[in-house]
Write a protein that binds this ligand. Structure first.
Ligand code: SF4
Ligand code: SF4
Length: 299
């Protein structure tokens, strides 16, 4: 396993540059997070990049929290570029206007995923028109002046078990048509597909409401496969290495990257057991047994 791990084996390394969020989406564990709230600083980010650059070409500023709240984000993009890494960011989009200029000048920025479903999942408000206008301005400028990919997400479709907050979807789609200057009727297209290319490097994806794995729920399935530790790992803001972007509390803490080399963490007993378990289509960790995401991707 060690030999395999030394190659650039991960498609994604999630780095939680903050676990603080300015929203409280009703589907997200962020509001009840037990972990200490933090913003990552220059020194710790640099340490992480030095460790992960042997393992991946892509870091993702994602996990819990809103990455645009970290004022070091421009610095982090520069450090990533200096180390040959591309950066993908997932944001709720509420403060995208404030970071637009800083972000779009950065060489490392590859993709920005904007979760529009966060709007209706909150009681706050910024009005919808301002929210969508700010996001559309970002996308229009990114599309016209850079190679950055913009991916709009509306992950709020009802499931058989879950009713989602999606009453504003028609308004949101009409605003996107107008503000992005689209010639297509999105609501009609979405009858046929959940993925639409809106323009070069601009995409819209609809999906069902997402449910995080939860230690308090009943076991869903123990016989699953997951790409965690094969394609991806995550690093929480305090340095805890986790196997995926869904372990919001660090229940599957494999070690701390500020205390041990990543190589040792990935070849440690807990990581090995988990990896070997998935090779047998077997969830070793309790959280994985309660993860609907892995079940969706059952092989
Ligand atoms: S889903 Fe994202 S935007 Fe919403 S509360 Fe959680 S971290 Fe914040
Ligand atoms: S099964 Fe779910 S909780 Fe476990 S590693 Fe995979 S995505 Fe994460």
């Amino acid at each position: 396993m060690l030999g395999v791990m030394k190659m650039k084996k991960f498609k994604k390394v999630y780095v939680e540059i903050t676990n603080i969020c300015n929203l409280k989406c009703n589907f997200c564990p962020s509001a009840t997070l037990m972990r200490t709230r933090k913003l990552m600083d220059h020194e710790h980010f640099t340490h992480i990049i030095n460790e992960v650059k042997e393992y991946t070409d892509h870091v993702y500023f994602h996990l819990m929290g809103e990455p645009f709240l970290n004022k070091n984000i421009g610095d982090f993009l520069d450090i990533s570029a200096e180390n040959g890494l591309k950066v993908n960011i997932t944001t709720n989009g509420t403060i995208i206007a404030k970071v637009k200029e800083r972000l779009l000048s950065k060489k490392a920025l590859r993709q920005v995923n904007i979760s529009l479903h966060s709007f209706e999942a909150n009681e706050f408000h910024k009005d919808l028109d301002t929210y969508i206008s700010d996001i559309a301005d970002f996308i229009n400028e990114a599309q016209a002046t850079t190679n950055v990919i913009s991916a709009i997400r509306l992950w709020n479709m009802d499931t058989a078990e879950l009713k989602a907050c999606n009453e504003l979807n028609d308004d949101i789609l009409s605003m996107l048509e107008e503000k992005l200057g689209l010639d297509i009727r999105l609501s009609e297209q979405l009858q046929h597909t959940n993925n639409i290319k809106l323009k070069d490097r601009v995409y819209l994806n609809m999906a069902e409401k997402f449910e995080w794995p939860d230690m308090d729920r009943d076991v869903i399935d123990e016989n699953i496969f997951c790409y965690a530790l094969r394609d991806q790992i995550g690093i929480l803001v305090d340095g805890t290495v986790v196997p995926c972007c869904l372990d919001s509390e660090g229940h599957i803490g494999l070690g701390n990257i500020f205390e041990s080399p990543l190589e040792d963490i990935l070849s440690g007993e807990r990581a090995r057991n988990m990896y070997d378990g998935f090779s047998r289509r077997c969830a070793v960790e309790d959280l994985c047994k309660r993860c609907g995401y892995a079940k969706r991707h059952k092989k």
